[in-house]
Write a protein that binds this ligand. Structure first.
Ligand code: PLP
Length: 457
C-alpha cells in the first residue's frame, strides 16, 4: 500500500542534501568543538559556519544564536530564563517594578558581581515573584503554556491572552495587560494546529509604544534592564518554512526555531536572543560565563553557547540545521505559492463531499500548508476525530487529530477551545498539513479516501 504523509506540522523528512552535509560529522569529523587540537577546531569551525549561515538568514549577528536540543527547550529558556534573570535583577537592586514609588537604587550600591546561588534565588523568588508578570497567548504550544503554568506555581502572574473566533490575538487586550511588572510577552508567529498567523509587527508596535511611554521617558538610563522590559519572544517554529523571519523586520527580542519542522534533523533547535548591546544600555556579564542580565541559563555547566546553554554542541545536528535553513530560504516563496494553490483546490473539493465541512481558524492569515477541518458526523466517537484519523491511517493517509490524544483518549484542543468551541467541537478538528512531497495526485488520493470514509465513520 502506498503511504501518503499529510502531517508536516508534526515533523518533516530530512532533505537528502541535509543528510549529505551531516554525514562526515558522524564519523571522520567527530571532534568536540571545545577541544584545542585539530579535531576540535574542525568541529568548532563547522559550528561557526553553520551559526553564521543561520544568523544571515535571520538578519542577526552569529553571537545572538543559541543552539538548544529542541524548540521546547528554546521556549523554556526564553520564559524561565527571563523570569530567573528578573528575579536576579531584583535581588541585586531591590527593584522589581517601576521605581516611581520606590526610589531608584543605583546598580552600584550592591555588588553586581555578587551572583546569588540558585537556592538563594529560589527562596527569594517567593518574595518577589508575585511582582513579576508574563503574558502569553491562550493558543501557544504546550512548551510555552506548560512552562508558563510552572512559573505560575512559583508565583509569577501569567496572563493568557484571549484570541478572536478566528484565532488572532486581541491587541487591545494585550495593551491593557501591559504594566510595570510585565517582564515578558510571548506570542507565537504561526499556530501549529490551525496555522493562524499572528500580527507580530503590530504586537511589537504595541509593546514598543508602551515602553516609550512608560519606561524610556520615565526611568533613568542606569536602569537599563528595566528599560528593556517587557521583552518580546515569538515561537516561529511553524512559520519559518513560509514566512519572513528576519528578526529586525519583525522587531523581536527572542525567536524560537526547530530544525525538524524545516526538513532538518531532530534534536536541534535554537533561540535567537537579541544581544544586550542591541538592547538599551550595556548589559554587564563581567566575571560571569553564564547567560546575560536579561536571560539566565536553565542548563549550566561548561559554558558553551556563551553560557546560555551548556553541553557539548550537537555538531552534526547544527550542520544539518544550517543546510535546512539555506534550503528553506531558497524554497520559501515558491513553496508558499504552490501549497496555497493546492490548499484552495483541496478546500473546494472537500466541500463537495459535505458542504457543512468548515475550516477552523482564519482563512486569510494562515500558513499556506495548513488545513484544520470541522467535519460534522453523527456516528463518531463523541465528536472526536480519532476514528477518522485511524481509518485514514489504515487506508494509507497520515493526518492528525486537532486535539491532544494519547492511548486513544483525546482531550479537547486548547486552541479550538480558545476560538470559543464547545468541548465536543474542540475534539473534532482534523489537521491536514502539506509539505514538499505533497502534489495534486496525493491530494486527489486523500480526497477520494475522505469521500469514502466521511460517510462511514
Ligand atoms: N512550538 C511549536 C509551534 C511547535 O509546533 C512545536 C512542535 O510541534 C514545538 C514548539 C516544539 O518543538 P520540538 O518538539 O521540536 O521541541
Amino acid at each position: 500500500m502506498k503511504r501518503h504523509y499529510f502531517d508536516y506540522a508534526a515533523s518533516t523528512p530530512v532533505d537528502p542534501a541535509v543528510v549529505k552535509v551531516m554525514a562526515p560529522f558522524w564519523g571522520e569529523k567527530f571532534g568536540n568543538p571545545g577541544s584545542l587540537h585539530s579535531f576540535g577546531q574542525e568541529a568548532s569551525a563547522a559550528v561557526f559556519e553553520a551559526r553564521d549561515t543561520i544568523a544571515k538568514s535571520l538578519g542577526c549577528h552569529y553571537s545572538e544564536i543559541v543552539f538548544t536540543g529542541s524548540a521546547t527547550e528554546a521556549n523554556n529558556l526564553a520564559l524561565r530564563g527571563a523570569s530567573m534573570a528578573a528575579r536576579l535583577f531584583s535581588m541585586r537592586t531591590g527593584v522589581v517594578s517601576l521605581p516611581q514609588r520606590t526610589a531608584p537604587t543605583a546598580l552600584s550600591e550592591k555588588s553586581p558581581l555578587a551572583t546569588p546561588s540558585f537556592s538563594e534565588l529560589r527562596s527569594f523568588s517567593t518574595k518577589t515573584n508575585e511582582r513579576l508578570k508574563i503574558i502569553v497567548s491562550a493558543i501557544e504550544h504546550d512548551s510555552v503554556l506548560d512552562t508558563a503554568r510552572e512559573l505560575e506555581k512559583e508565583g509569577v502572574e501569567v496572563v493568557y491572552l484571549p484570541v478572536s473566533k478566528n484565532g488572532i490575538v486581541d491587541l487591545k487586550k494585550l495593551e491593557a495587560a501591559l504594566d510595570d511588572r510585565t517582564i515578558l510577552v510571548s506570542i507565537m508567529y504561526a499556530n501549529n494546529e490551525i496555522g493562524v498567523i499572528q500580527p507580530i509587527k503590530e504586537i511589537v508596535q504595541v509593546i514598543s509604544k508602551w515602553k516609550l511611554e512608560n519606561r524610556k521617558n520615565k526611568l533613568p538610563i542606569t536602569n537599563y534592564q528595566l528599560q528593556n522590559y517587557p521583552l518580546f519572544h515569538t515561537d516561529a517554529v511553524q512559520a519559518f518554512n513560509y514566512l519572513n523571519c528576519n528578526v529586525n523586520d519583525l522587531g523581536v527580542d527572542m525567536l524560537t526555531l526547530s530544525s525538524q519542522k524545516i526538513y532538518g534533523p531532530k534534536g536541534i533547535g535554537l533561540l535567537y536572543i537579541k544581544s544586550p548591546k542591541s538592547l538599551v544600555g550595556q548589559a554587564k556579564v563581567q566575571g560571569q560565563k553564564s547567560g546575560s542580565d536579561l536571560i539566565y541559563p536553565i542548563i549550566t555547566g561548561g559554558g558553551q553557547e556563551r553560557g546560555f546553554r551548556s553541553g557539548t554542541e550537537n555538531v552534526t545536528g547544527i550542520v544539518g540545521f544550517a543546510k535546512a535553513v539555506e534550503l528553506a530560504d531558497k524554497l520559501r516563496e515558491k513553496e508558499s505559492k504552490r501549497l496555497s494553490a493546492l490548499r484552495e483546490y483541496f478546500l473546494k473539493q472537500v466541500k463537495k463531499i459535505n458542504p457543512k465541512i468548515e475550516l477552523n481558524g482564519d482563512a486569510e492569515n494562515r500558513l499556506p500548508n495548513n488545513i484544520n477541518l470541522y467535519i460534522p458526523a453523527k456516528g463518531r466517537n463523541k465528536g472526536s476525530a480519532q476514528d477518522l484519523v485511524i481509518a485514514l491511517d489504515m487506508a494509507g493517509f497520515a493526518v492528525s487529530p486537532g486535539s491532544a490524544c494519547s492511548a486513544r483518549v483525546c482531550s479537547p484542543s486548547h486552541v479550538l477551545k480558545a476560538l470559543g468551541y464547545s468541548d465536543e467541537k474542540a475534539m473534532s478538528g482534523l489537521r491536514i498539513t502539506f509539505g514538499r512531497q505533497t502534489d495534486k495526485k496525493s491530494v486527489d488520493a486523500l480526497l477520494r479516501a475522505l469521500d469514502k470514509l466521511i460517510q462511514r465513520v
